[in-house]
Design a protein around this ligand. Sequence first.
Ligand code: C2E
Ligand code: CA
Ligand code: CA
Length: 439
Amino acid sequence: HSKKLLDTAYIDILTGLYNRNKFLDDIADLTAQAQFNGTKLGLLLIDIDNMKIINDYNGHTAGDEVLKKSAEILKRFSKNIIKAYRFGGDEFLLAIKNCSSMDSITNVCDTVFESFNSEQIKFSGGIAVYPDDSEEPEDLLRFTDIAMRRAKKDGKNRITNFKPEMQRVFIQKLNMQAKMSAALLNSDFYLVYQPQFDIKTGDLRGFEALMRWHDKELGDIGPAIFIPLAEETGMILEIGDWVLNTAFCTLKNWQQKYSFKGIMSINISPMQLKQPNFIENIRNLLIKYNLNPDAVEIEITEGIMIENMNEAIEKLNSLKNIGLRISLDDFGTGYSSLSYLQVLPLNTLKIDKSFITGITEKNGIQANITNSIITMVTKMGLQTIAEGVEKNEQLQILKEFNCHIVQGFLRGKPMPEQNCAAYLGGKKSALISLETEKS
Ligand code: C2E
Ligand code: CA
Ligand code: CA
């Protein structure tokens, strides 16, 4: 009777494979055996590719079927020298015992990979080897994970062997993550605000909040470097919350002190929007700072469409219904599918700097494309913002094209809060721009 209880604690119900607990129990024996026999122990961590898409598009039953089928394949291998475990989620682990050489481990892995492929299940795998990579079970597990993540990063559907330099990169990332956590606590992050102007009237339309990071050791680190890192490590959620709070707080401040009537544009990462409580967060922030939602513009990129398009559209609709403005950033880079313009509830389209830079004469190719985009989306009722305008000629051409708003170094650079406050308070010389720098 007690044996049965023990079994269920060690068995994964869905697949019937041993579970992670069983592995954690086995690993000491496995390494001891390898040491005794003078053999190697290979650990292959398997993570099914695109499981989220399978679940989202085909339902969880389909997802379960993939997991069961994967387990069946692994059971075929589970003999004396190979032991298979389900680690939870879409992760499996294969322990390959008694290997005399690295080649024999590689051979087994290749065969497993082929078997999955012939059943049309794709996975990414990471291999770590006892005692070559480490003698410590915890290290070995961590290393399989690092190698597996590398396999994913290199394009999925492959098996990658752990290499020490992967750990160095990993540790660097951990350090950066620790640094970013510390930066949040120490207020080493701050926001700058870049003004946006109506092209026809020259009136201030609002500001875009942009992150800055000054580290005592590393100096200034640009958002193009730390935002992707923060996205990779998940830190972007905390950082994004800080940005929202800070920008909302600043906006309220400007409204109270300077009767600021403009818009605050805030960049949002796809991961942030994916949070289940994102909408609620925004709602709470609006209450906390007592702000009208139409003073806030959320800037998104088409990156939000990659994983779950319907969910993204639904969330954006909720934000729009609350009354926030939605802006599509960086239009002209990536895929820039015109169909996004139809399905996304947008107020504003930001034409990417790469387009604007190419506008050198009124009838150039870039100029023609920009002109068409502006005409088209204006008909759709959207406002257009030209990003990265540095030259007066560009501005004049954009004006002829009836582009609404200009944002760029020519008219205004991203500025510290004090400059914006002074400017809003009437001190026009507080504005920093290529124009003001010249004079
Ligand atoms: P973005 O959202 O496209 O922001 C505009 C970038 O263009 C900013 O770079 C701005 O300084 C720069 N820029 C504006 N006008 C000109 C110009 O006339 N010439 C040139 N050469 N550059 C101009 P920045 O501040 O380095 O930000 C880079 C990117 O980092 C942003 O691109 C955005 O994707 C991301 N980012 C910045 N702050 C945040 C944030 O708070 N949250 C998130 N998720 N991303 C952020
Ligand atoms: Ca932006
Ligand atoms: Ca942009």
